[in-house]
Structure formats: C-alpha cells, structure tokens
Design a protein. Sequence first.
Length: 480
Amino acid sequence: MGASYAQSVRNAIDPMDPLRSVHALKQTVINELKETDSRVSIKSTDYFNHTFAPDLVLRWPHDSNVRRLFLRTDPDPIYLAQDMGIAGAPDSIFFSLSSGERPGEVGSDESLHAAALEAGALLTDADGLQEFIESRRETPVVSLASSAILQGGRGLIKRPEAVAVSRGVSDGFSAAQELDVSRTRSATRVINEVFDGVRSSRLTRFLQAVWVGSGGDAATFPAPADVAGPLDDEALSFLLDLEEITDDSFWRRIGRGITLDRLAGLTINQPSRNLQRLVTNNLDVLQAKICRIALLQPQLWRDESPLQWAVDREMLALQSDRFAAFLAGRREDLNARPEDLDGISVNDVVKRAVRHRIAVSELELSTVRRTLTYGSDRVEDVTRDEELADFAEVLGPSVRVNAAIASIARGRNLRCDFTSLTGQGRTAAKFPISELLYAALGLMMELTEEEERQLSVLLSGGATTDSDDEYSLFGPDDIP
C-alpha cells in the first residue's frame, strides 16, 4: 500500500505557494472521501479554513441529505470545540488536517467527542477515514459503516474510534448470523452511538435482516430501539456484494418480501453469487408479467457459459453466452429492444412443445398473403392434433408461426411471439418467473442439451437430482 492519506495531506503543504497548497489539500481530502464512499459527489467552494463557510459540500444520489465539510488546520482542542459551537450542526463535518498525534490536555478527546455530539456533527481526520477504507478491504461488510459515516456519522472518529466501529459492524454481522444475543446487542449499541437516527436505523435493520435470515425471531432481535421496517436497497445491495453466503434457508428468509421491481433497481457488482442464491431460493415469490429474449453473439473461443442471474438495464435477467432473458413486472419497464425475426416453422413449434411438455392452445400463422389462427374452443393442446401437419402442408412451405399461446398451469395463458421473442401474459395476471421463463425459453429458443440441463436445475430451485426427468411446469393432469 502506498503513502497514507495523512502523509499525503502533509506532502500537499507548500509554504512557498499557499494557493497551490489549498488546492492540493482539498483534492487529497476529496480523494479520501470518495474512497470512503464511492457514491458521494463533492463540490469544492472558494473558501478555506473559514469560520462559517464550508470548504466542501457533500451530496448523495437519491438523497436530499447534504453535509458541509470544514477543513481545520489548527489542532488545538479548544479551538476545535469553539468552531463546532459556532458552525456545528447535524449536517457538519469537521476534518482536521493535523497529524493523528494532536497536542492537548488529558481528556481533550472526551470533551471534543462531547462537543461534536452536542452539535450533532462529525469530527474526523485522514487516519480515521483511512481505517474504514482499510477495514473494508479485509471485511467487505464494513462498507456499510464506511458509507454511513460520511452521511450520518457524529462525534469524534479518529483511528481508534474507527477501529471500534469497523469491528462492531463486522462482529455484529457474524453475531447476527450465529444468533449471539450479547455480541449482536453490543454491535447495535455501537451503531446507535456513532450514527444519526436514519443511518442507525438502516444499519440496525440490516443486522436484524441477517438475524431473521439466520433463523432468529424478529421479536427477539437485541436492539436498543424499535427497528421495524424493511431492509433498505443500499443494505440489500451490500449483502449481495458480500462473500458468498451458502445457507439457502438464509436467502429464502431474506427474499420472502422482495419483489422483482425491487431487485431490478439494485446496484450490485456482477456476477454475484449471492444474487444467484437469492433468486433461485425465491422463484415462487418473484413474479413477472413479461419476458423478452435478446440474442447474443457467443464467443467462439469460450466454453459454453453457465446460466446465471444478473441485474442488467434495471431488469432482472437470466443470461447465457447466447441469450439474455429479461423479466419485467410491466411492459413499460422492459428496457430491451425486441428482435425482428420471421417466426418459426410449425414443425419446430411442435418439437419444442413436445420436448418440454408445454401445452399450446393456439397458433398464430402467416403465409406470404394471409394470416390465420389455429386453435380449439375447448383449449386443447393443438400440438397433438394429427390434422396440424396436414394443415401446414396445405398452406405451403412459406407458412410461419408468428406466435403461440402456451397454457401454463392453473389456467393462465402466455403469448409467445416468435418474431420479437417476447412472452407476455394475456391477462393482467403475473407469473412466477420460473413458470414464465420455462415456457418462454422452451418455446422461443432452440436450447442446447447443456442449457436444458442447467435450466432444469436452476428453475427447480438449484437442487441437483439423479433422475433423468426434466423440469416441467405441468403434471399429467395439466395437459389436456
């Protein structure tokens, strides 16, 4: 690791060129702030070390919270306390440019901490923030505290305090997984002491979600205050970005209240092993209205890639190296362009429907001059009709199937459009994504044997089996 930010601050000071020093100091602090929280946007003002005017203004996307940062060159605790009394407010951060070894009377840190808490402000320095940066590299869950400290940290946070907070959040995460009451309670106390109400509530709800996901009762979660409320998107994103958690029961509990729309709005590093587990263990509660398949150009020099879940273009998608199947709760939320194809042959539709045991109640056909519909008043599976092949032969070699109506279990219908590779429910109803994807991919894609095998495993909840039976949405009684 290179020079510390504290050393960079010292190197930025040039007594021969004060203006250059100010610019260099501000830029060094900005760099550290952005490494502490990559989401923060920072505006530098025309002031430096001013009593009332901030040096930097910090903002976050989708958040009205703003924090004013004051750079301070004088390490004297008396002056720092006075400054916080004058300009201190819950939106203030005081950043000391002095080294971590500040001269002062015994107990000065305690009085500075009290003064900062009284103002609701945060008093920190380069060493304090660097501790969060370094701890996050070793323990990713500390990212939650690293982000929250700039948005809602309060009190004195030098390196020792930053160590305590980082360890508290990290140990709290482990303790909540183990349902350890004492250690979890200790972590929630640290969080409550260091962060404002909003950030404290978010971090505590995160630990509570881990507690419940690990099998604990929400009512017995050891927190010093009421933490009612869902796990917010920021905390859920951090959870998905962590090292893989292999407990499927954990992900099933976490995912019970999560919707497709919410997943689609997350920002996560991909590929995410935890996203694979979250989606696969909640296929029964994640529902979509529409699916659109985008064809991709496979890389010739690469082996066939596994099917995996991803968040792409603000949609949940199932991806391989040949295609991406995008899911949305509403047609207007579908951000993928439709394909422009000619449809497929009647024979191909029949082969795919039979192979995947998908009941088709209606076909929309076209020739060079005509379009027509082939169906049954009794909603029977028309792919079993002996007359279908004869009918297609009469229409001639130009006949194409533009769309098919798949009869999904429990009387729901999915229109699969072969020209745009779009599957959509015919009514306002939504489908479990496992049913929607199985029917859409089974009819609209010519899947390889490996893709079929992976899809079978994935849509059955990820469980492997010794049986040769393929995943099917239909039991013997579901197909007329």
